[in-house]
Design a binder for this molecule. Structure first.
Ligand SMILES: *Cc1c(COP(=O)(O)O)cnc(C)c1O
Length: 455
């Protein structure tokens, strides 16, 4: 059937219109233009099949935003983050966010902190890693030593650090997880750190378990290494999720620039920073932590704005939305939101424990709001993968994966609780989890049992 529009088609119902009478184009751009209402409806209807974000407990990322965020982003859809001359207010808002974060993370001189927004923690990790590499290289060259075999030491890192290592020719020394550990343990460092180590990455919120690595103890161990060997190894804290959690609900935990060994910190604005997708942050302790050659000066408003980024053009609206969330919630608001998430995570952990079927790896307390667990009995007639599949039948996305760098390839399941995942939702998950366990143990109910029919 030809899909040429006729006068009469203009008044057709969306689902009687030409575009909806066949599958949407997959390989070729259509020749003709279509009515915006039709296209919107059809694309939107296809995307509805992506599922319900609030049932997706696999992601750390923001899935709920206030209407004002939508409005601000809509109004600023045309703002390019890189055009600091053209959009000086957007640039100023980025700079305010950097200073607010520097203060939140206890930078020694927060009014002159250096940092920038990024597309997420992955880009921020690239920038942090590049700064470490450059500083190490400068030190080596100044001392007349070879600078061709850099390495980076870390525990079970998110894939962005593996990318950094491969893209920028750095050896990634991923320290194997010890049995029962949820992340890097300080005593493991000595064996892996040497004169070619550009830095150690400590993670505030290990992606795979939700636990925090003990940054202060890692710093203390590196202090001891320096005393014993003279090696001065800086720390970069990957606080992708914890950077917006710990300052509000674990304020006494010392993990940030209060530790002099911490050179830089990244966080994802679009995770527990509560901004919509597309914004991350990196802050350096002081200007000397960011080598000059990596920074390109962009002049605007008579001043000079240092830029350090992998992208050039990038939307400014995410950064504006981040500033909105900071002003809107304030410290009290962030604390309230994160505390409710933590309480819900603890509730889920207790419910999981109460089934008697799981061993908690992280119990939802004292770190990122989420739980991770293994099967208590390895002889269960099903695996955690089966449990994920069965929960999926009820719409829930609860991922199962092997712990990376674990010597025994432990398989864990993880559920994240974030802004917009209510206690009610999680109580429904618990009910479905019990249903799934019984289904996996005794098989699906027969039709007769399902309808309660008796002979
Ligand atoms: C999510 C995550 C990243 C990557 O962050 P994006 O913002 O998704 O690029 C890096 N590190 C850790 C620990 C993470 O949890």
């Amino acid at each position: 059937m030809a899909l040429h529009k006729t006068e009469r088609d203009r008044f057709a119902d969306v689902y009687a219109a030409p575009l909806s009478r066949q599958p949407l184009p997959r390989f070729r751009m259509p020749q003709w233009s279509s009515d915006p209402r039709e296209v919107y409806e059809l694309v939107s209807s296809e995307l509805a099949l992506d599922g319900d974000a609030a049932q997706n407990l696999a992601t750390f990322c923001t899935t709920w935003s206030e209407p004002e965020v939508h409005r601000l982003m809509n109004e600023n859809i045309d703002k390019n983050m890189i055009d600091k001359d053209e959009y000086p207010r957007t640039a100023e808002i980025e700079s305010r966010c950097v200073h607010i974060l520097a203060h939140l993370w206890h930078a020694p001189h927060d009014h002159s902190a250096v940092g920038c927004s990024t597309t997420g923690s992955s880009e921020a990790a690239m920038l942090g890693g590049l700064a470490l590499k450059r500083r190490w290289r400068e030190r080596r060259i100044k001392a007349g030593l070879p600078a061709d075999r850099p390495n980076l030491v870390c525990g079970p890192v998110q894939v962005c650090w593996e990318k950094f290592a491969r893209y920028f020719d750095v050896e990634l020394r991923q320290v194997p997880l010890e049995e029962g550990a949820t992340g890097l343990r300080p005593h493991q460092l000595r064996e892996h750190v040497d004169e070619n180590t550009i830095g150690v990455v400590a993670i505030l919120g290990v992606t795979f378990t939700c636990a925090y690595e003990p940054v202060a103890e890692i710093a203390a161990e590196l202090d001891a290494v320096e005393r014993d060997t003279g090696l001065d190894v800086p720390i970069h804290v990957d606080a992708a999720s914890g950077g917006f959690v710990a300052p509000f609900v674990q304020p006494d935990l010392v993990w940030d620039f209060r530790l002099s060994r911490v050179a830089s910190i990244n966080a994802s604005g679009h995770k527990y920073g509560l901004a919509p997708l597309g914004v991350g942050w990196i802050v350096w302790r002081e200007p000397s932590c960011l080598p000059d050659e990596l920074v390109f000066q962009v002049d605007y408003l008579g001043g000079s704005m240092p830029t350090f980024a992998l992208n050039f053009s990038r939307p400014g609206s995410e950064v504006i939305a981040q500033y909105y969330t900071m002003l809107r919630l304030g410290r009290d608001g962030y604390r309230a939101v994160q505390q409710v998430c933590l309480d819900t995570a603890a509730y889920l952990a207790d419910e999981l424990a109460a089934t008697g079927r799981f061993t908690l790896v992280h119990d939802g307390r004292g770190a990122v709001p989420g739980v991770s667990y293994t099967l208590a009995d390895p002889a269960e007639p099903f695996s955690l993968y089966d449990l994920s599949d069965t929960l999926r039948m009820r719409g829930w996305q609860v991922p199962t994966y092997p712990l990376p760098a674990a010597r025994d390839r432990t398989v864990v399941q993880r559920a994240l609780i974030r802004h917009g995942v209510s206690r009610d939702r999680v109580s429904l998950l618990v009910a479905d989890l019990r249903w799934a366990l019984s289904r996996l143990t005794t098989g699906p109910a027969s039709p007769a049992r399902r309808t309660g029919f008796h002979h």
